[in-house]
Design a protein around this ligand. Structure first.
Ligand code: SAM
Length: 339
């Protein structure tokens, strides 16, 4: 089975390291082998900040879900030969009867013409999910069923309808709010919520740990939730003044969660070592904890070593943990957990 990973260019070494680490972790399983690292035309590589890495596994490797240094994973990737734009569109249409979005890689103009041909066959509202058209509005109201394709050259395409990300390629270009949020950290939480495909509701109780200056607090508040924001540093004054925000100047570690009957969302963006975060995470996810859902960043700090990968691996103590490097994450990962 061929799987294609779409990874941001600076993250290629981390993804390759992760694949080697997975092979070490399960020596009894067939190894994941790198089949191909596709390069873009050098003339384009400056404008396209990602690469495609194809791997082959004989069987499904159970550890493959562990950490994702990629923005999207295409399972069961197929390579297809075609002669003309209309033939490529026709071949894709015949597959599962879903829309396929074009990832610009090589032969970009031709790929976009194929996508344009596909759009004529499906509702134009889907266009907003295309990397080639509008920025995305937050929150996403309806998620399309879709597949992805890219051109390797003018007559070969790669395609898959088994993609991991909630939107095409996991590339999030949002319609930004350049006035209220105190920093751009809100984009990370917007993306995390879109990937989670579930959002805080009006009246939900949210705990924002390491909240200052308040980007994440603003996101939760703007969705109508009641936010308890904890940080040693203050919130930006215009955020603290908003309704339904309770700020506490304190350390977030060692907080007594039992004073809350229910915490619908715990979000945490504190800069600390993964080991320290892990002990907190065990506390948040204990059977008697009131926490229902968690979104939390894991800061990588320094090079990605096997020891660091081992530390991160401990977070997989239950099946409901999912860790991914988001499009807006730099040297960090985002952890998702649901009770
Ligand atoms: C990356 S910033 C958070 C940005 C925030 N998510 C936003 O959207 O504006 C990390 C914050 O963690 C806070 N912090 C670090 N250690 C902490 C601790 N033990 N308890 C509470 N806050 C802590 C820092 O003061 C800092 O404001």
């Amino acid at each position: 089975m061929i799987t294609t990973y779409l990874t941001q260019t600076p993250r290629v070494p981390d993804l390759l390291k992760q694949i080697n680490f997975l092979n070490l972790l399960t020596p009894a399983q067939p190894p994941i082998q790198i089949k191909n690292i596709f390069q873009t035309d050098p003339a384009l590589s400056f404008s396209l900040p990602y690469q495609l890495i194809c791997t082959e596994t004989v069987l499904e490797n159970p550890n493959e879900n562990f950490i994702s240094f990629f923005s999207d994973r295409w399972r069961q990737t197929e390579k297809i030969f075609f002669n003309s734009i209309s033939e490529a569109a026709e071949l894709l249409t015949q597959k599962n009867n879903i829309i396929y979005f074009h990832l610009p890689f090589n032969s970009i103009r031709r790929g976009k013409l194929i996508e344009d041909d596909l759009f004529k066959r499906y509702p134009s509202a889907l266009k907003k999910f295309s990397y080639n058209y509008h920025p995305l509005a937050f929150p996403i109201q309806r998620y399309p069923k879709f597949g992805c394709f890219t051109l390797l050259d003018s007559q070969h395409l790669l395609c898959s309808s088994h993609t991991q990300s909630s939107i095409p390629f996991g590339i999030y270009h949002f319609e930004e709010d350049k006035t209220t949020p105190p920093n751009r950290a809100y984009l990370k939480l917007w993306e995390a919520l879109c990937e989670f495909k579930t959002y805080p509701k009006p009246g939900d109780i949210c705990l924002d740990l390491g909240a200052s200056p308040g980007g994440w607090t603003w996101v939760l508040q703007s969705l109508g939730s009641k936010v308890y924001a904890i940080d040693k540093a203050p919130l930006a004054p215009h955020i603290q003044k908003l309704n339904n925000i309770h700020y506490q100047q304190d350390s977030a570690f060692g907080l007594n969660l039992k004073k809350f009957k229910k915490i619908d969302w715990l979000v945490c963006d504190i800069i600390c070592y993964p080991d320290k975060l892990f002990s907190q995470f065990m506390h948040w996810t204990a059977p008697d904890s009131p926490v229902q859902k968690i979104i939390c960043t894991i800061k990588l700090q320094g090079d990605l070593t096997d020891d660091k990968l081992k530390e991160i691996h401990q977070f997989y103590h239950s099946h409901s943990v999912f860790i991914k490097q988001l499009w807006h994450n730099k040297h960090e990962l985002t952890l998702f957990w649901k009770k």
